[in-house]
Design a protein around this ligand. Structure first.
Ligand code: BG6
Ligand code: MG
Length: 219
């Protein structure tokens, strides 16, 4: 049996991936870059700095900013984003997530957050689910962002569970790659076109139940 479930946050627990997109779009449009959802798909799960690099490259502006200007742009995006999440509340939890956390806790399965977001701790507090989490991996302490396995390995290490006893839940291609690289079992939220045909995928988090995870684990 699996002993832990490691959750991504944005796009898995709540719809904040849309807020990230809107914040990037606003920043990009100020730079004369028109973002679209196809480009945004590459940003999902990716750190703030790496996302900005992808956007500047996409807009052909990767050589236009000094290091301090780059950092200022990243901070500006974060300000837009932080403003948009101030009113997040428990009713913004995706369907089934509260019930799943409760079930996992009842069955003594450890729960950890493996989000690339430095706003993760604030959000799970706002969502009213912080107490379920045995650990929150700190993205500022890992060397490589997703698709590297670091954040998932850090989460597993914090709860003292071996990676081969962990399930990772993700909505981003970079995140699924990170879970696989960590030697964990991936469960995707979204579509096989984006996440791959070779893994278990739910189209809605309402389908993410303890029984479903047990079934996926035993297959
Ligand atoms: C990930 C999101 O969870 O966190 C990305 O999918 C985001 O879109 C990344 O860029 C970093 O988030 P933050 O809040 O630290 O800028
Ligand atoms: Mg995500």
């Amino acid at each position: 049996m699996f002993q832990a479930v490691l959750f991504d946050l944005d796009g898995v627990i709540t719809e904040t991936s849309e807020y990230h997109y809107q914040a990037w779009k606003m920043l990009a449009s100020g730079l004369g870059i028109k973002l679209n959802r196809a480009v945004n798909e590459q940003l999902k799960g990716v750190s703030r700095e790496d996302s900005l690099k992808i956007i500047l490259r996409y807009g052909g502006r990767e050589n236009d900013f000094s290091e301090s200007e780059f950092q200022a742009l990243a901070a500006k995006k974060n300000n837009y984003y932080v403003e948009s999440i101030q009113n997040v509340s428990p009713k913004d939890l995706f369907p089934g997530i509260a019930a799943l956390l409760e079930e996992l806790q009842t069955h003594q399965i450890k729960i950890a957050l493996a989000s690339a977001s430095k706003n993760g701790s604030f959000l799970i507090e706002r969502l009213g689910i912080k107490d379920y989490f045995d650990a929150i991996a700190d993205p500022s302490q890992v060397e490589h962002g997703k698709p590297a396995p670091d954040i998932f390995l850090a989460a597993a290490s914090k709860i003292g569970v071996s990676p081969d006893k962990c399930i990772g839940v993700e909505d981003a291609a970079a995140g699924i790659a990170a879970i696989k690289a960590a030697g964990m079992l991936p469960v995707g939220v979204g579509s096989p076109n984006v996440l791959g045909e070779d893994i278990a995928i739910v189209t809605t988090t309402a389908a993410l139940t303890f029984n479903y995870l047990k079934k996926v684990w035993s297959e």
